[in-house]
Design a protein around this ligand. Structure first.
Ligand code: ADP
Ligand code: MG
Length: 198
């Protein structure tokens, strides 16, 4: 459990908004350990691979979008979740290749769920105050749809351990992931705390 890994991208909008430091700080200060990091400009093929790692994703993203419209008492602009998935993927390809992104792997107890909690819900307008997406950006499904673009929500974070493992394998070579000890792991995970006092 203590070595669970998750995969995060600071998307082009996060880099352009000068939020790299702020985002890493929020994730790092929990005690999670950064074990891999790099800056790249991905191409469209790679982004398609990333988002279709989960074959169900297109349907899920569509259902989530439609549900969010209905919850707000609005009529969704489309009914077929798969169609939405294809449109979103097209928009993501444009968005995610528009500039450099930071890709990273964080490791620690319940890393996947913990990072999703810190990142907040997909739609910044609806994500909780105190989360990265809730605090630093203001986009909505509605505006993104009107403008025909991807929601700008600063970060990607893996949704499950399985997704994380596949995404890490896609973005990093095994030797780019560093195995090392952090001094703070003593206070985070040590059972007896018998090494503090002289
Ligand atoms: P998350 O990033 O929260 O896991 P999803 O996997 O459902 O969200 O979607 C991936 C990304 O696609 C989102 O972060 C967002 O940038 C974009 N996106 C999702 N749904 C829509 C939509 N209906 N319109 C525009 N962009 C969307
Ligand atoms: Mg997702």
């Amino acid at each position: 459990m203590k070595t669970e890994k998750t995969f995060i991208i600071i998307k082009p909008d996060g880099v352009q908004r000068s939020l790299i430091g702020e985002i890493i700080q929020r994730l790092e200060r929990t005690g999670l350990k950064l074990v891999a990091v790099k800056m790249i400009v991905p191409d469209e093929n790679f982004i398609e691979k990333h988002y279709t790692i989960d074959p169900e994703w297109k349907g899920t993203v569509g259902e989530k979008t439609i549900k969010s419209y209905r919850e707000k008492g609005l009529k969704p602009p489309y009914d077929d979740p798969h169609k939405v998935g294809n449109i979103v993927l097209g928009n993501l390809k444009k968005f995610m290749t528009s500039g450099p992104v930071i890709a990273m792997v964080l490791q620690g107890l319940h890393a996947v769920k913990l990072v999703r909690k810190l990142v907040g819900g997909t739609e910044p307008f609806a994500s909780d105050v105190g989360t990265i997406r809730g605090d630093f950006v203001l986009d909505s499904y509605q505006l993104a749809d009107i403008d025909g673009r991807a929601i700008r929500n600063l970060v990607h974070a893996s949704g499950s351990i399985e997704e994380a493992n596949k995404e890490i394998a896609l973005w990093f070579k095994p030797e780019e992931i560093i195995n090392y000890r952090l001094i703070q792991e003593r206070i985070l995970y040590d059972v007896n705390l018998d090494e503090i006092l002289e």
